[in-house]
Design a protein around this ligand. Structure first.
Ligand code: CMP
Length: 139
């Protein structure tokens, strides 16, 4: 089925001027960008978005990193969008990601891993609603 997922192009990628390179890989993987905006995440947004990781040892660093520069938040649409996006992103740690994936080809480290993608349809809906009003999404 055609579904939607949520993506973030992270500060390590925007800093290196890779917004287009990431977007091209998403599009070539069969995903359509139906909403997109470049924002500087506030601390409150980053803490809220990553609330599930609050107890992890890397939470503080993660919030610092995600607020360290611009990010591009996007809604992606396509056949099985969550899985399709996770496949093209590759493993969280770029060292473990398959060749040809965004993280393997572009990411710097497990933290500065260039992209975020929703891990389920349920979380995709929550994450999309966190950053986008319905009228900002144009399918
Ligand atoms: P993301 O998919 O955005 O979800 C949580 C993020 O935390 C993850 O990508 C990484 O950027 C980061 N992360 C996960 N594990 C670690 C780790 N062991 N050390 C530092 N950052 C991590």
């Amino acid at each position: 089925a055609v579904t939607r997922t949520f993506s973030i192009i992270k500060p390590d990628a925007t800093r290196r001027n890779l917004t287009g390179a990431v977007t091209k890989m998403l599009e070539e993987a069969g995903l359509r960008i139906v909403a997109s905006k470049r924002i500087r995440m506030t601390r409150e947004q980053a803490e809220g978005f990553y609330a599930v990781h609050k107890e992890r040892p890397f939470f503080g660093e993660l919030v610092e990193f995600m607020t360290s520069g611009p990010v591009v938040v996007q809604v992606l649409e396509g056949e099985d969008a969550v899985k399709r996006n996770r496949d093209i992103m590759g493993a969280t740690n770029p060292a473990n990601a398959e060749p040809g994936t965004i993280r393997r080809e572009l990411a710097e480290s497990i933290e500065a891993n260039s992209v975020h993608g929703s891990d389920s349809d349920e979380n995709a809906a929550i994450e999309i609603a966190f950053f986008f009003k319905p009228e900002e999404i144009v399918g």
